[in-house]
Design a protein around this ligand. Structure first.
Ligand code: ATP
Ligand code: MG
Length: 286
């Protein structure tokens, strides 16, 4: 669906992108994870035709993003980083405005308002909405012309956990209906939960690219943490042990603890995406 090859972009002396490459499959949820200034928005702006790269090439469904704007516009939707709605107009007025631009039927608006749970706010002025509600309006706006691929720049930044969760659910629903999604985030939990594959973006480089699970496996220390119950006369009720995941010694220890009835909990010690990010780049995600 999307192919990105050797993209470079500088702003004056700042190199924002230093040759990034990735492909996104049809129907995939793909995330760009990186801290402030990593180059996430720059990448999205190039893909959505708002910015010209200095070098490299990107295509959507085989169409060059620079040269084939007319072919690409109908197949892509964009949820930008800033909330750029008409604040004094109502929700429906905002959405009708875009329906007219795209030449789509107004009927579709009601369905989307229901799908995201905003039907009661249809006639409210956008300026009276919460940040999460505005984000939902932006999302509907990006979907009015029924695109095949949706670009979302930090779709849940600044939202409380419940509002973020609501957006996640909608995104997963849309993806089940066949939409391809490219989102940026610096929230590793969000990326872990939503994406099929993730690219770690750091200072304009892709430091790693894979499924969240494979990344976690690759950087796992292959250790497990066990919590053991102590006998009644000991000072502490429980003690913690960290042992290798696959070894003869661990197997016999586990067997012993199990037969003694001491095993209270077992956890695999896999790193989080944030741990791996720090390990690979030396930078924090925040
Ligand atoms: N219009 C601009 N003029 C000059 N420098 C810019 C401009 N836009 C971005 N940059 C620089 O390019 C780099 C990448 O910025 P970009 O906005 O792509 O990062 P980002 O990953 O989206 O960050 P954030 O998480 O803060 O949104 C940064 O160093 C930034 O300062
Ligand atoms: Mg950004």
């Amino acid at each position: 669906m999307i192919e990105v090859k050797n993209l470079h972009k500088s702003y004056g002396g700042t190199e924002a992108l230093r040759g990034i490459e990735f492909t996104i499959n049809n129907g995939e949820i793909f995330s760009l994870l990186g801290p402030n200034g990593a180059g996430k928005t720059t990448t999205l702006k190039i893909l959505t035709g708002q910015l010209k790269p200095d070098q490299g090439r990107a295509t959507i469904k085989g169409f060059d993003v620079l040269k084939k704007r007319k072919q690409i516009r109908p197949i892509m939707g964009v949820v930008p980083e800033e909330t750029n709605l008409y604040e004094r107009l109502t929700v429906v007025q905002n959405l009708k405005f875009f329906c007219r631009l795209y030449g789509t039927d107004f009927d579709i608006i009601d369905n989307y308002l229901k799908q995201v749970g905003l039907e009661e706010k249809a006639d409210a002025a956008v300026k009276s909405l919460s940040r999460g509600m505005k984000q939902k309006v932006l999302l509907i706006r990006a979907l009015l012309h029924e695109p095949e691929v949706l670009f979302l720049d930090e779709p849940t930044s600044g939202l409380d956990p419940a509002a973020a969760e609501a957006i996640h659910k909608i995104l997963l629903d849309l993806n089940h209906q066949g939409l391809t999604l490219l989102l940026t985030s610096h929230n590793m939990e969000e990326v872990d939960k939503l994406s099929e594959r993730v690219a770690f973006l750091d200072c304009g480089h892709i430091a790693a690219l894979d499924t969240p699970d494979r990344l976690k496996m690759a950087y796992s220390e292959n250790k497990i943490k066990v919590l053991l119950k102590n006998s009644d006369n000991q000072q502490k009720d429980y003690e913690e042990k960290i042992i290798p995941m696959n070894s003869e010694e661990s197997a016999s220890l586990m067997k012993k603890w199990m037969s003694e009835g001491r095993l209270a909990a077992v956890h695999s010690r896999e790193p989080t995406l944030a741990d791996i990010f720090v390990k690979l780049t030396g930078s924090d995600l925040m």
